[in-house]
Design a protein around this ligand. Structure first.
Ligand code: FE2
Ligand code: FE2
Length: 305
């Protein structure tokens, strides 16, 4: 393998991982109530949407967010994504139950204001509660509960740009619909002709399972939980940050029939993740018994991380 120079120990630009998600909300504003996402996940076309799309969200981005994307696009190469898979998908770091992992993740303390921001555990509970309040299936609620547990990578010394950020395929041309596409100029893969054709190292229609996305918390939590969840939930976890696909409609030439069948579920999940944060703080202790039961319905006491 032709390994790139080891990423420099760059500083962590985001005061909180929420800064990235807050930016996504700017980039993809919540649709008006009458055009809100339906349970099939499709967002009805809204004439106002046009206006939003032409907003210059990059110019408005905080410098910290801009720097975060610069690092992400610089260092997320095909070889880097492969190396991280090899490093972390052995799942031999520890054994933890789901609730235990939620508490473990909650040690992740950001420099953000604790009075206004939700903890990681609260974000998970809130997402799950919003899904539950819409009468969605129990596995869907559970997907909401676990979807960001891959952020424990941050607790193991992984830099922000290798844990969060919109994901994208490596090993083929970077779509210009990926946020801050100009930062890919510094990615060594941009100068590799093999990686910069339309399909790159992949066969057309090969299916996303064959495509190596940039490394982050989605791919990790998918592998940790995939043996226990229905395929729809697996897609929600694995691709929830793959905005170039589920929001921009890019990379369809790499998808197969299963991906296209599952896309509406990924899209159905996205609003619960992105637009739940302003709601009231959940009562963790009151909710815990319900979620312990739900976890036990699908997962053993301990799973490998
Ligand atoms: Fe996430
Ligand atoms: Fe999330």
């Amino acid at each position: 393998m032709n390994l790139p120079a080891a990423p420099a120990p760059e500083h962590s630009p985001l005061a909180s991982l929420d800064e990235w998600e807050d930016f996504l909300k700017e980039r993809y504003p919540e649709p008006a109530a009458d055009s809100a996402a339906t349970t099939t996940g499709f967002v009805a076309t809204d004439p106002e949407k046009k206006k939003e799309e032409f907003r210059n969200y990059e110019a408005d981005a905080r410098p910290t967010v801009r720097e975060f994307y610069r690092q992400n696009h610089r260092w997320q190469t095909h070889d880097f994504a492969q190396a991280k898979r090899n490093e972390f998908l052995t799942l031999n770091r520890r054994e933890m139950g789901i609730w235990e992992a939620m508490e473990y993740l909650n040690q992740l303390v950001d420099d953000s204001d604790p009075d206004t921001d939700l903890s990681q555990l609260e974000h998970l509970l809130q997402t799950a509660e919003h899904i539950r309040s819409d009468g969605q299936p129990r596995w869907f609620v559970l997907a909401g509960l676990v979807h960001d547990l891959g952020k424990i990578l941050c607790l193991w010394g992984e830099p922000q740009w290798a844990v969060v950020g919109d994901t994208f395929p490596t090993g083929c041309r970077f779509s210009d619909k990926i946020v801050f596409p100009q930062f890919f100029a510094d990615n060594p893969d941009s100068r590799n002709p093999r990686y910069q054709s339309e399909t790159g190292v992949y066969e057309p229609g090969c299916g996303l399972d064959q495509v190596q996305l940039s490394w982050g918390h989605d791919e990790y939590i998918y592998h940790v939980t995939k043996d226990y969840l229905p395929v729809e939930a697996q897609y929600m976890l694995r691709y929830h940050s793959f905005y170039p696909w589920h929001r921009e409609g890019e990379y369809s030439h790499l998808t197969n029939q299963q991906d296209r069948d599952m896309l509406p579920w990924v899209q159905a999940f996205n609003p619960y993740d992105l637009y739940t944060k302003s709601h009231a703080k959940p009562d963790t202790q009151a909710l815990r018994p319900f979620y312990e039961d739900l976890i036990a319905e699908y997962f053993p006491d301990k799973i490998r991380w």
